[in-house]
Design a protein around this ligand. Structure first.
Ligand code: SF4
Length: 568
């Protein structure tokens, strides 16, 4: 198969699949280890999407050239620091970073932190410097896989396929598909994952299962960590986590003398102290020596750029604003690339108010909810019509994208837009497109292992259960099988357990201290009684979530909230 027939799936997903065109059909690559010849329903949805075919200015169709001229004129007449560059994860190819290079040189305000994995990443970095996953081989060779706060069958369906015959343990407030396939499902209370990690540590010590050699050779502060774990009676953990001690016993019976992989999801870290929570889990893994065994280890969202030199990065003295706290209305111009903040940013009401109060430029492939507030829409070329490379945050394999479909001449790629703007403003040029692609294609990063592990020595976390009453609920979100964040999402229900006394079809008003919205109820006993569950991409759920940053990484903390539900 010619290399020119290959296309990378651009979607925000662990698997980062490689597709190829075979006799005019698009199929999953067989030679790409994780894709293994199959693509998923989201990829099929992506191919069916209606792409933007023309530019718009104040809802009127205009030509691409006209849209670019308007953008240049606006940028020339606006104070750079009063503009905001806001990039989403609609397409995760490396070439998508080109526009940021221009906006950095121009002097725009940039965002920092993350709406996704930032807190957890900070927790892992605090213990072992780099957020990188072990080689996939170590997952394939593990005996037991602990799926911790991750909807593994939905968010990493290809990775799951490679290990589906293993023994699973799931830790999740929801009885997910993987929970149902697991030997043990600990249906934990939200935001108590660090307590469970401490309880595990306590059990490991009691059963003499800690890895003394690892602790001796690589560990710093293991004694302090253990002191934190034994600070309170074992039985007290049962009440707060909702996990029976008998299940913890069963868990230790199951993992004794086994190689264990922990696949950690985003669920555990969507809180103010997300970094500390993740670090407690990673410290438990270190206490067991999982990080240095022949098989097993801890998988999170790896830094997919690790070991690569960022080809578009340029130094600038730009002002940076924490992404969850962005106030769109405080800028004269907001440039939104491949994002849908009206649905996916916390505190939807504030987002909409802000967007109404500024000049919004939207640059993306499809018309989304945010486009309703855009003054200028510039259509980006389809992923089938531009060169790119997709690195993965789930495994070490990359996917290559070639041009397999003629480009719509009314659209522009990210690289072309950045180059055009750079030329208009006389800024420093980008490297040649082919040089950048070839760098990513040919560079193989060396993933150096850490030499010291810093155990968490002090834990200061305010649990949500202190504020929880019998009348309010934890808010939890997870990805749907048939959508990715706000892309392709069509499910705006609230899911509740039947023990809540609500019924299918009830219309409820749900409120938090950040806002309120109406939802239709669906009853589902997979959801824990004290939780209200929403699929990511639900158009109204972010009316309830905080536009505030976590304590350590300028990142969002969507689940740091309790909500009240009333029949409307
Ligand atoms: S599993 Fe993920 S990367 Fe693979 S085709 Fe589906 S959305 Fe794309």
């Amino acid at each position: 198969m010619s290399l020119n027939n290959k296309v990378a799936c651009p979607l925000d997903c662990y698997d980062a699949c490689q597709a190829e065109i075979i006799e005019e059909n698009i199929k999953g690559s067989k030679e790409h280890k994780t894709t293994n010849g199959k693509l998923c329903v989201n990829f099929a949805n992506l191919l069916k999407e209606e792409n933007l075919e023309t530019a718009y200015f104040n809802n009127e169709k205009i030509s691409l050239d006209e849209s670019l001229n308007i953008l240049v004129e606006k940028l020339k007449s606006t104070t750079p620091a009063k503009t905001l560059f806001y990039k989403g994860s609609g397409n995760l190819g490396v070439m998508q970073s080109a526009p940021k290079n221009f906006f950095t040189q121009y002097g725009s305000t940039l965002t920092r932190g993350s709406l996704c994995d930032g807190g957890g990443g900070a927790g892992i970095e605090a213990g072992r410097t780099n957020v990188i996953n072990p080689p996939l081989e170590k997952l394939l060779n593990a005996d037991v896989i602990v799926v911790w706060g991750r909807n593994f069958t939905e968010t990493s369906s290809h990775l799951y396929n490679l290990v589906k015959d293993k023994t699973f343990v799931t830790i999740d407030p929801v009885s997910t598909e993987i929970a149902k396939k697991s030997k043990i499902h600990m249906q934990i209370n939200p935001k108590t994952d660090y307590e469970l990690a401490l309880l595990f540590t306590r059990f490991a010590y009691m059963q003499d299962l800690e890895d003394k050699e690892f602790i001796e050779e690589f560990g710093n502060g293991a004694d302090w960590f253990f002191d934190v774990a034994r600070n309170r009676p074992v039985v007290s953990y049962e009440a707060t986590t909702g996990v029976p001690l008998s299940q913890v016993n069963d868990f230790f019976d199951l993992i004794e003398n086994k190689s264990v992989a922990i696949v950690l999801g985003l669920g555990v870290q969507k809180y103010f102290e997300g970094a500390q929570i993740t670090r407690c889990i990673d410290s438990f893994a270190a206490y067991m020596g999982y990080h240095k065994k022949e098989a097993g280890g801890v998988w999170y969202l790896s830094d997919s750029n690790f070991g690569y030199e960022k080809q578009f990065e340029i130094k600038g003295a730009n002002k940076k604003v924490s992404i969850p706290k962005v106030n769109f209305g405080s800028y004269d111009l907001v440039f939104i690339q491949g994002a849908n903040p009206v649905v996916s940013h916390p505190n939807t009401k504030k987002v909409i108010e802000g967007l109404k109060d500024t000049f919004v430029v939207y640059f993306g492939t499809t018309y989304n909810d945010t486009c309703e507030y855009a003054n200028l829409i510039i259509p980006s070329s389809s992923f089938l019509s531009k060169k790119d490379v997709r690195l993965s945050y789930g495994h070490e394999y990359k996917s290559i994208s070639n041009i397999v479909k003629e480009k719509n001449p009314n659209t522009i790629t990210e690289y072309e837009l950045a180059s055009f703007l750079i030329e208009q403003f006389g800024f420093e040029k980008l490297k040649e497109e082919d040089e950048i692609i070839s760098y990513y294609e040919n560079h193989k990063p060396t993933l150096e292992e850490f030499e010291t592990f810093e155990f968490v020595e002090e834990v200061d976390i305010e649990p949500l259960y202190k504020e929880k009453t019998s009348d309010n609920f934890y808010l939890i979100t997870a990805k749907h099988k048939n959508s990715l964040n706000s892309q392709f999402a069509k499910d705006d229900f609230v899911y509740l357990n039947s023990a809540t006394n609500f019924n299918n079809g009830d219309i409820v008003n749900i409120s938090s201290k950040y806002g309120n919205a109406q939802f239709e109820v669906k009853i589902n006993d997979d959801i824990k009684e004290n939780c209200a569950f929403f699929y990511a991409g639900n158009k109204k759920v972010n009316y309830l979530t905080p536009n505030e940053e976590d304590e350590s990484s300028f990142s969002a903390m969507y689940q740091e909230v309790l909500i009240e539900i009333e029949l409307s």
